[in-house]
Design a protein around this ligand. Structure first.
Ligand code: CMP
Length: 143
């Protein structure tokens, strides 16, 4: 079954949006299979964002992600990678559609509340980076 990696960033945690974000993904029908609140090491942040390592915002991005706790999660379900990206909304909250998480709660591209994997292969890489295999659960929703 397809899985995706979703991280509630420090601003999402600090603004008390963890429950709202988890609720939106649960109510859509996806299964939460792993979740942990954690401080992020510089090494993990740099690995997670290595595709952006040559961008001018890379330093600030790593600083921000390592500045305060995040909530790292893994979700499972058919088409979950693309669907979660739609629920999250465009990277820039100013242009994200109302009804999406970023469209409803954000205004800053550097403080856009949440990260979601952009493709199935990226999700596999990010899940392996953030979680041990033993931390990932398997369960089925009640019918
Ligand atoms: P995320 O989905 O976590 O992936 C990379 C992050 O870089 C992105 O969300 C933004 O929060 C952050 N970022 C900061 N500045 C920029 C920028 N100018 N353009 C794109 N992403 C940016």
């Amino acid at each position: 079954m397809e899985r995706t990696f979703i991280m509630i960033k420090p601003d999402g945690v600090q603004r008390g949006l963890t429950g709202e974000i988890v609720k939106r993904l649960e109510q859509k029908g996806f299964n939460l299979v792993a979740m942990k609140m954690m401080n992020v090491s510089r090494e993990l942040a740099e690995k997670h964002y290595d595709v952006h390592s040559d961008k001018p915002f890379f330093g600030n991005l790593v600083e921000f992600i390592t500045s305060a706790p995040v909530v790292a999660t893994v979700w499972e379900g058919e088409g979950v990678v693309a669907s979660a990206r739609k629920i999250i909304g465009a990277t820039n909250p100013l242009t994200a559609e109302p009804g999406t998480i970023r469209g409803d709660y954000g205004i800053s591209i550097g403080r856009n509340l949440i990260h979601g994997s952009d493709a199935v292969e990226t999700a596999q890489r990010e899940i392996a980076l953030w979680f041990e295999e033993s931390e990932l659960t398997t369960w089925k929703p009640a019918l």
